[in-house]
Design a protein around this ligand. Structure first.
Ligand code: CA2
Length: 163
C-alpha cells in the first residue's frame, strides 16, 4: 500500500473516518443477557454512533467480526491510513496478544470500550491486554460507552483531551 502521507486520517474540509470495531459475539447483542449488555442491538449502536459522529464532524464506520485475523487486518488498515479507532475487543480483550501487537503499531487515537464493566465481573475479565496501548478505556455504560468514546476521539483529534 502507498504511504498515506503525514496528514492521513486528519480532516481537510471532509470528515475524519473513525473505525468502530467490534469483536466476537457482539453481532448478537440484544438477543441474550440484556441485564449485562443492555437491549440495544449492534445496528442500534451503529445508528447512534453515526448520528453523534455527524454532530462531531466524524464519519463512523462500524464493523463486527468473530474472527481474530479479520480484526487484526482492520487494525492494520487503520494503522496504514492513520484512522482513529473505537474498539470493543469483546473476549479478545482478555487474551489476544496478536490484537495488542497490531494496535501498538498505530498512531491515531484508540479508545477501548465495553458495554459492561469487566472490573466488576469474573476475575478473567479483570485483565485487558489492550488497555496498555489505548489512549483510554470507557466501560460500564452500555451503548453510551460507544458515544462517550466517540466524544473522546473527537477531543483527542482536536488536542483538547487533557486541557
Ligand atoms: O462488556 C463488554 O462490552 C465486553 O467486551 C463484552 C464481551 C465480554 O467477553 C467482555 O468481557 C466484555 C462479550 C460479548 C458477548 O456478546 C453477547 C452478545 C449477545 C448476547 C450475549 C453476549
Amino acid at each position: 500500500m502507498p504511504d498515506p502521507g503525514p496528514e492521513a486520517g486528519v480532516p481537510h474540509g471532509r470528515a475524519t473516518t473513525v473505525l468502530v470495531l467490534n469483536g466476537p459475539n457482539l453481532g448478537r447483542l440484544g438477543s441474550r443477557e440484556p441485564e449485562i449488555y443492555g437491549s440495544a442491538t449492534l445496528a442500534d449502536i451503529a445508528a447512534a454512533c453515526a448520528e453523534l459522529g455527524a454532530e462531531l464532524g466524524l464519519k463512523v464506520d462500524v464493523r463486527q467480526t468473530d474472527d481474530e485475523a479479520e480484526l487484526v487486518g482492520w487494525v492494520h488498515e487503520a494503522a496504514e491510513l492513520r484512522l482513529p479507532i473505537v474498539l470493543n475487543p469483546a473476549a479478545f480483550t482478555h487474551y489476544s496478544y496478536a490484537l495488542r501487537d497490531a494496535l501498538a503499531m498505530r498512531t491515531a487515537p484508540l479508545v477501548e470500550v465495553h458495554l459492561s464493566n469487566p472490573a466488576a465481573r469474573e476475575s478473567f475479565r479483570h485483565t485487558s491486554v489492550v488497555a496498555g496501548v489505548a489512549d483510554g478505556t470507557i466501560a460500564g455504560f452500555g451503548q453510551q460507552s460507544y458515544l462517550l468514546a466517540l466524544r473522546a476521539v473527537a477531543s483527542l483529534l482536536s488536542g483538547r483531551t487533557l486541557g
